[in-house]
Design a protein around this ligand. Structure first.
Ligand SMILES: [Zn+2]
Length: 324
């Protein structure tokens, strides 16, 4: 599916088979000198074919094309190494570039999941069904690092980078001030809620995310172009909804811990999820993984607010309400 959103700015729908996200929006800006592709899809044949078909239809030559990737997740970054040519620039943010370069494998994430109560016997299955494990980039192309406020000119479009940490440490949106459009990656989605996960004791992704929502709230946006699902115009309203959502989730976590101390996997199993399975036991292991990461993000947020404390027990992290 290809749609011309604005003059010379196209959306190509890249299928994500088997993913609850359904598809990725890749945006293509066609320009006389160099074209720009924003986000690419997973490193798998279905995505490559959809991209090639779309580019052919729009008349974009990869030899004259640069890339901007909003963040390191495989559904955005995975395919880029299959599309670049020697002349391509791949614009990316510094924190995610560092995470990609210093990537030491899945071991530390797996260990951390285990410490948070993720069942030992499901860890390997969770890893093997993870999109990043199955369809990540096969190699990392040379990256051109951009920071907050840096600009990219493509034809008569002028994009400003807006760093929005939270969904990942370096997630970055592109703002086109004259046209009042924001290419918002996975920072703001309209039909689904961006997943905020935490897989280490460093950082506080949910706090960063909420701050990044406040940061972009001030931008004048007539049309938001998200990484998944439909484009939307109810920009400020949607930001307010997302903030409310996470505050409600944090309250839910507090009430779950009110019934007794728990590890993050147990907390996740008691939270309400907008998913078509009847019970937690029926969740596919990949969904249990994302849910646990999201529970940890809320627990870490509440821990830093001193509303939740962790027990001294060494093997498993047990959280409880801070009654002091
Ligand atoms: Zn993402």
């Amino acid at each position: 599916m290809i749609e011309e959103v604005l003059a010379n700015l196209f959306r190509i729908e890249i299928p994500l088979p088997g993913s609850p996200l359904k598809s990725l929006n890749s945006y293509v800006i066609r320009a006389p000198e160099r074209n720009l592709i924003i986000d690419t899809g997973l490193n798998r044949e279905e995505c490559l074919r959809a991209m090639q078909t779309g580019l052919r239809e729009v008349g974009v030559d990869l030899e004259k094309t640069d890339f901007f990737i909003t963040h390191l997740h495989a559904d955005h970054f995975g395919l880029v190494s299959r599309l670049v040519t020697d002349a391509s620039k791949v614009y990316f943010n510094r924190p995610d570039a560092e995470a990609v370069k210093t990537w030491g494998g899945w071991e530390s994430m797996i260990d951390y999941a285990g410490m948070n109560g993720f069942p030992e016997n499901e860890l390997q299955a969770a890893l093997h069904s993870h999109p990043g494990y199955r369809y990540g980039s096969e190699r990392v192309p040379e990256l051109s690092v951009l920071g907050d406020g840096d600009t990219i000119i493509v034809g008569d479009y002028l994009f400003e980078c807006v760093e929005t940490p939270g969904h990942t440490r370096g997630h970055t949106c592109l703002y086109e001030r004259a046209r009042k459009i924001l290419l918002c990656g996975d920072h703001i989605l309209n039909d689904i809620t961006p997943n905020i996960q935490c897989w280490s004791d460093q950082g506080n992704p949910l706090k960063s995310y909420l701050e990044s929502l406040d940061k972009v709230y001030e931008l004048e946006v007539d049309l938001a172009l998200p990484g998944h699902r439909r484009l939307f115009r109810n920009y400020k309203e949607r930001i307010e909804e997302l903030k409310r959502h996470h505050h409600n989730r944090a309250d839910e976590v507090l009430s779950i811990l009110g019934k007794g101390p728990k590890h993050a996997f147990q907390v996740a199993s008691k939270m309400t999820w907008d998913i078509e399975y009847e019970s937690w036991e029926q969740f596919p292991v990949a969904q249990k993984w994302f849910a646990t990461g999201e529970a940890i993000a809320h627990l870490r947020y509440l821990e830093e607010k001193a509303m939740v404390i962790r027990g001294a027990e060494e093997k498993t992290i047990i959280y409880s309400l801070n009654n002091d």
